[in-house]
Write a protein that binds this ligand. Structure first.
Ligand SMILES: Cc1cc2nc3c(=O)[nH]c(=O)nc-3n(C[C@H](O)[C@H](O)[C@H](O)COP(=O)(O)OP(=O)(O)OC[C@H]3O[C@@H](n4cnc5c(N)ncnc54)[C@H](O)[C@@H]3O)c2cc1C
Length: 309
């Protein structure tokens, strides 16, 4: 293994994947493909890439429209491993590349190692209840990875390396119109504190109290999947877990969340977990650093009063 590609929708994510690539094989040549301009590609070099391509996005293009150009380049250069950000659009790129290159693609892979047998990757099964360990000897292997799987290497602005633009294929999808969706103002992935709302918050009107508490402690508000997908009380981008957002805040405060494995997967890297749940035996309480056995509304009102003091 000598060539690792990193494909990311933004520079911070590219930087974490570059660190991941360096940890997998420290003498590999790392080539970064990052959405943005020349400065973004320069940032990828400073973050540890040997060569970087920037993928500018004209108004009438979509980022996943770069898949054919990336595929053509991969066919010519045959990278051993391609790490991609596990964002919605980049997953689309991963699927297109895997299909056109006839290469295996591991979603949200972990613990990637390289040995004489090939590439070994861990992926989660059964909503995070089991880990599957796969070994492949394919000549190119694709793995999508989370935004926080690695800490970026220290930025070294003095690093030098070739930087150029990748061109969209002439027949790339052209956007003929755009319809704005409701503004998404929540930055759960980057939040230092997150209040998580679960089904224990049984009335949509009670979300106001959860939001008030979150605002008082400087937190964003996220939720469990049923709150977003079934009740539609919050946008789907707000749900946390294996099939939603994976977060790494300093504090996660769970209100009426049962803490099933699929949700816990998304908060397992939180530094401190506090659960308010009326069921003492709930999984959320069992996995929390601190828990309060109470009706969440009573506890939240008491916390709010204390914080306001
Ligand atoms: C393939 C798959 C993927 C999934 N992916 C995700 C995912 O990414 N994210 C996710 O969140 N879920 C996911 N799920 C669903 C997950 O399994 C759980 O069903 C879900 O997380 C439960 O949500 P909840 O905690 O809000 O609700 P419940 O499990 O219903 O828990 C409600 C909790 O609130 C407590 N409670 C009730 N009333 C009060 C009160 N007044 N005060 C305090 N506590 C109270 C209860 O004791 C209980 O613990 C997935 C499921 C599958 C099968």
């Amino acid at each position: 293994m000598s060539d690792i590609w990193v494909i990311a929708e933004n520079l911070p994510w590219a930087a974490t994947l570059i660190a991941g690539a360096a940890s997998i094989k420290n003498d590999a040549k790392i080539t970064a493909f990052v959405n943005g301009d020349e400065a973004a590609a320069g940032g990828a070099i400073a973050a540890g890439a040997a060569e970087a391509f920037y993928l500018p996005l004209p108004a009438n293009a979509v980022w996943e429209g770069y898949a054919p150009a990336l595929s053509e380049k991969a066919r010519a250069e045959k990278p051993d491993l391609i790490l991609l950000s596990a964002s919605r659009r980049c997953r689309d790129v991963a699927a297109q590349l895997a299909a056109t290159l006839d290469a295996p693609c591991f979603s949200e892979g972990k613990n990637i190692t390289v040995s004489g047998d090939g590439v070994t990757v861990d992926t989660l099964l059964y909503g995070g209840l089991a880990i599957k360990n796969s070994v492949t000897s394919a000549s190119t292997v694709l793995v999508t990875m989370g935004a926080k799987d690695f800490d970026p290497l220290p930025v070294d602005a003095s690093r030098d390396g070739p930087v150029s633009a990748l061109r969209l294929a002439d027949n790339a999808i052209a956007v003929t119109g755009r319809k704005p969706r409701a503004a998404q103002t929540v930055d759960l992935a980057g939040a230092l504190k997150v209040v998580g709302v679960g089904r224990g918050v049984s009335e949509e009107g009670d979300l106001g109290l959860a939001r008030e508490l979150a605002q008082a402690i400087g937190a964003e508000v996220g939720c469990t999947r049923p709150i977003a997908e079934f009740f539609k009380w919050m946008p789907e981008e707000c749900y946390i877990g294996i099939s939603g957002q994976q977060i790494k805040p300093q504090l996660y405060l769970a209100l009426g969340v049962s803490g099933q494995a699929q949700h816990y997967f998304g908060i397992r890297d939180a530094r401190t977990i506090v659960s308010i749940n009326k069921d003492k035996e709930s999984l959320m309480n069992a996995n929390a650093d601190y828990y309060i056995v109470a009706d969440w509304k009573e506890a939240a009102q008491a916390l709010l009063k204390a914080v306001k003091k």
